[in-house]
Design a protein around this ligand. Structure first.
Ligand code: FES
Length: 165
């Protein structure tokens, strides 16, 4: 696996070291590591020859950037008004119980991040959960279990490779 500085260097090179490409550069690096550590932001600043403060300000301005570790799977429970009145709170508690983490946390094995948001803009589907970008409406505990089942890592086969495709 490439080290972080190597990945940063490669991504910056792909954008020919263009300072104005800072946002897509950060996006590409986050796609790779799922989050942006302070070391990574420092590496980006150094490679682009811009101030770390500027890189930090961009990374903290856009909500799409995460400065905390994120899991391989992201579960987002909507707690906007429509979802809340239709049982969003119970759904969130169920996810917290099943994943063993509170909203805003990432599991120790790096598999899951649980998030809560205020309205995902699809209130007709309340209560709503988004798992790895897929929308699941009219959520309840049974459906939540089915969703979590789809996120489980495939069991390793005898030769050590992951089963399935
Ligand atoms: S309140 Fe949940 S989608 Fe709007």
């Amino acid at each position: 696996m490439s080290s972080e500085p190597t990945v940063v260097r490669d991504v910056v090179a792909r954008y020919h070291g263009e300072k104005r490409a800072l946002i897509p550069i950060l996006q590409d690096i986050q796609d790779r590591f799922r989050w942006l550590s302070s070391e990574t932001l420092d590496d980006v600043a150094r490679e682009l020859d811009i101030s770390p403060a500027h890189v930090y300000s961009v990374a903290t301005f856009y909500k799409s950037f995460s400065l905390r570790p994120r899991g391989r799977h992201i579960c987002t429970v909507c707690m906007g008004t429509a979802c809340h009145v239709r049982g969003g709170g119970a759904v969130l508690e169920h996810f917290e119980r099943k994943l063993g983490i509170a909203a805003g946390q990432t599991s120790a094995d790096g598999e899951y991040t649980l998030e809560r948001v205020n309205c995902l803009g699809a209130c007709a589907l309340a209560p709503l959960v988004v798992a790895d970008g897929r929308y699941y409406g009219q959520m309840n505990e049974t459906k939540a279990n089915a969703v979590l089942e789809t996120l489980k890592p495939a069991p390793a086969s005898a030769d050590g490779t992951e089963a399935g495709g």
